[in-house]
Ligand binder design. Sequence first.
Ligand code: 4AD
Ligand code: MG
Length: 481
Amino acid sequence: MPKQRITVKDLLQSDAHGTDVHVKGWVQTKRESKNVAFIALNDGSTVHHLQSVADVAHFGEETLKKVTTGACLGVTGSLVPSQGSGQKVEVQAKEIKVYGTADPDKYPLQPKRHSMEFLREIGHLRPRTRTFGAVLRIRHAMAFAVHKYFNDNNFYYLHTPIITGSDAEGAGEMFRVTTLDARKPPLTDTGEVDYKQDFFGKATNLTVSGQLEGELGALALGNIYTFGPTFRAENSNTARHLAEFWMIEPEMAFYDLEDNMDLAEDFLKYLIRYALDNCTDDLQFLESRLIEEEKNKKQEERSPMPLLEKLRFVVDNKFERLNYTEAVDILVRSKPAQKGQFVYPVKWGTDLQSEHERYLVEKHFKKPVILVNYPKEIKSFYMKQNDDGKTVRAMDVLFPSIGEIIGGSQREEDYEKLLGRVQEMHIPMESIWWYLETRLYGTAPHAGFGLGFERLILFVTGMTNIRDVIPFPRTPQNAEF
Ligand code: 4AD
Ligand code: MG
């Protein structure tokens, strides 16, 4: 008898009929007739289940009673061509070891369709569902592809700190990191919390972006990228925001905005192509799941293309590139603006809302869009100022059903101009002096961007809520599991 465990994925591809195999996993379903039980087993290696057939007389009612949805089993048996449709091979069980039972009256995951909301409440078990298995495998593949892309293109992976004293984006949406006693913090003469007495001797927070340190790396190593957790205490309870998300931030010396756009487009297309080439089974499963789900939706709420076609469409088409100013013109003249259908008004100088971004992408251009040259007032202090005195060299990449997936810019490399913005925005010198010094010593043109990893996974999987593409989501009022 083989002791070595074989994965369900490898088993299903095997044609070694007649050999004995040993497989372990969790029971998805069991169907029983008078003489045989059909047990569908999944071990997380693939979206497909392995059917194993157990003779009731051989195993006895006692053992088979323990084989219920959720139980963990080891099955040893002979690999045979499958009688039923749906799979090529199945396992004729000879031995069954029950590692763990799951009381059918209590086990929360029944073999039926559960709502995503319910599954969030059982985050400790939802990785065992087919949908989450597929999403988590794709998430892994995308993380691997990110590293592969940059490694193949001679970028260095730079580990930027998670605890910092600066607010890179200047939006003030930070989680404080402190060891001071929250009930009785030491105070200064003026009555403010005295962070000099805190662990780091200064006020610190969880990072909102690795960019500032990333720039230090680029101005020494050339091309770098970061890929790590990022924290934002923005109280936005939307389907696209997390308080803890993962961000990929490449930063390149000697790149201008044009180069930055080229890299962003090539990178996104590479990642999506990687998913199409390497995650076919999971994507096909998610596509059919979506089609099933959309049957209950109104025609106009359905996605215009099935998932795989949508992914191929993005890979095959050049992204539309235009100025913020032109985008505002299009939006102002658009039907929804004329009819007052946008919730937020559009006018030059205001930040675009997701409804506006999605109009441009889904209705107007019908493909991904890169918007550039935004008003400086609505963008961060570090972006390179244009000669018009009004706009900065920012770029946002907008995707169908997502809106903004990438935000980036060419950076201000001129010391005086950067210092001017730092002062205008009242950024304390003690938190930013080191960043400014890179513009005093051997400054260079450079650019970079940030890709929200979960937004990418949302797009690739076709899932609709960002809480369902990260194993354990952190959102306002929620840090369970
Ligand atoms: O546009 P953002 O704020 O840009 C930066 O942080 C820059 N420092 C990036 C850079 O130039 N190096 O964020 C970048 C991306 C967004 O486009 C979005 O995809 C994602 O990060 N993102 C979020 N994803 C999930 N939850 C949130 N709360 C997010 N905030 C931003
Ligand atoms: Mg942004």
